[in-house]
Design a protein around this ligand. Structure first.
Ligand code: ADP
Ligand code: MG
Length: 286
C-alpha cells in the first residue's frame, strides 16, 4: 500500500472522529471478520440508574442503600455511580467509609464504623439468603452485606444506546458477526443481546476481567480475525489481544492506550465507519 493513500485514509478518519494510531492499522481493520463488543459503556451508555432494592429480614431499604453508597463513594464503576446517585437523590447521607478496596470485575469493599461492608457479585458472599438469591427485576443486580452474608440486593439498569442496534445490523451486512462479551451475569447480558439483535450463541457472559483476553484468544484459535470494542480498564488486555482494538473515547485512558483506534464519537456506528473507511482506502490503493 502506498503511504500517501494510507495517510489520506487516516486523515479522513480523524475528520470522522476516528483516531487511527498509525497507517498500518487500516490494513488490520480490513482483515477482521468478527467483532466482539463489551456490554457496559460500549453497547450500553454505561449510565445506570437504581431500579430496585430488596432486603432480607427487617433491614430497612434506606439503610441498605446508605451502607452501599458509603462503600461505592470510593468506586468509579458505573454500578457504583448509580448507587451513590440514588442515595443522594433520596437525601440519604452516607457515613464515611475507610479502607476502601476495589475488587475489579466483582465489586468493592470498605469499613464503616469498624464493620467491613462488601458490595458486588453474589459470589463475594458465603451466604446469600433464599429471598435475595433470585432477582425479579431486569438489570444488573449486586448484593450488599457484611460478616460473609448478603443482607440486601440492589438492581441497576442501563440503557442500550439507540445507535447500537443499527450498528449490529450494519456489521452483519458487512459480513461481520457481533459477539457480546461481559463480566455481568447471563440474564443482564441476554436482555441487552436481545435488544440489539445479537443471538444467544454469541453471548459470552460472567467473564472475569482477567479472562476477557482469553475469550478473544479462543476466537482467534478458531481462525477468527477479531476486532474488540471496549471502554473499561477491564477491557485493556482484551483490546491488546485482539487483532484490532477499538476504544470508546468516553472510556478510560487505559483502554484508549491499549487500542489501535479510538472513537471520539462514542457510538458503535463509528466502528462501521472505520471498517468502511479502511475498505475504501485500501481499494483505491490496489
Ligand atoms: P462489564 O464487563 O459489563 O463492563 P465489569 O467487568 O466491570 O463489567 O464488572 C462485572 C460485574 O462485577 C458487574 O456487572 C457487577 O456485578 C460487579 N461489579 C464490578 N464493580 C463493582 C462495584 N464497584 N460495585 C458493585 N458491583 C461491581
Ligand atoms: Mg465496559
Amino acid at each position: 500500500a502506498t503511504p500517501t493513500a494510507l495517510l489520506v485514509g487516516t486523515g479522513r478518519g480523524a475528520r470522522l472522529g476516528i483516531l487511527i494510531k498509525g497507517a498500518d492499522v487500516l490494513e488490520d481493520t480490513r482483515r477482521i471478520d468478527t467483532v466482539v463488543l463489551d456490554k457496559t459503556g460500549t453497547v450500553t451508555s454505561g449510565e445506570m440508574t437504581l431500579v430496585d432494592v430488596a432486603t432480607a429480614g427487617r433491614l430497612p431499604k434506606d439503610q441498605a442503600l446508605r451502607a452501599a453508597a458509603a462503600v461505592e463513594t470510593g468506586s468509579e464503576h458505573p454500578v457504583a455511580r448509580a448507587i451513590v446517585a440514588a442515595a443522594t437523590s433520596r437525601a440519604i447521607e452516607a457515613p464515611r467509609a475507610t479502607d476502601f478496596a476495589s475488587l475489579p470485575g466483582a465489586g468493592a469493599r470498605a469499613a464503616i464504623k469498624g464493620t467491613e461492608v462488601t458490595v458486588g457479585r453474589a459470589d463475594l458472599f458465603d451466604d446469600v439468603p433464599q429471598e435475595l438469591a433470585r432477582p425479579t427485576v431486569d438489570g444488573t443486580t449486586v448484593w450488599v452485606g457484611w460478616g460473609g452474608r448478603a443482607h440486601a440486593s440492589l438492581t441497576v439498569a442501563d440503557t442500550v444506546r439507540r445507535s447500537s442496534q443499527r450498528a449490529v445490523r450494519d456489521l452483519a451486512e458487512l459480513g461481520l458477526p457481533a459477539y457480546l462479551l461481559t463480566g455481568d451475569h447471563d440474564q443482564a447480558a441476554l436482555t441487552v443481546a436481545r435488544d440489539v439483535g445479537i443471538p444467544v450463541g454469541r453471548v459470552i457472559a460472567d467473564v472475569r476481567p482477567e479472562d476477557k483476553h482469553a475469550m478473544i484468544a479462543d476466537l482467534q484459535k478458531r481462525g477468527k480475525v477479531v476486532a474488540m470494542v471496549g471502554d473499561g480498564v477491564n477491557d485493556a488486555a482484551a483490546l491488546a489481544q485482539a487483532d484490532l482494538g477499538i476504544a470508546m473515547g468516553t472510556g478510560t485512558d487505559v483502554a484508549a492506550d491499549s487500542a489501535d483506534i479510538v472513537l471520539l464519537r462514542s457510538e458503535l456506528p463509528a466502528v462501521v465507519d472505520a471498517i468502511e473507511l479502511s475498505r475504501a482506502t485500501l481499494r483505491t490503493i490496489k
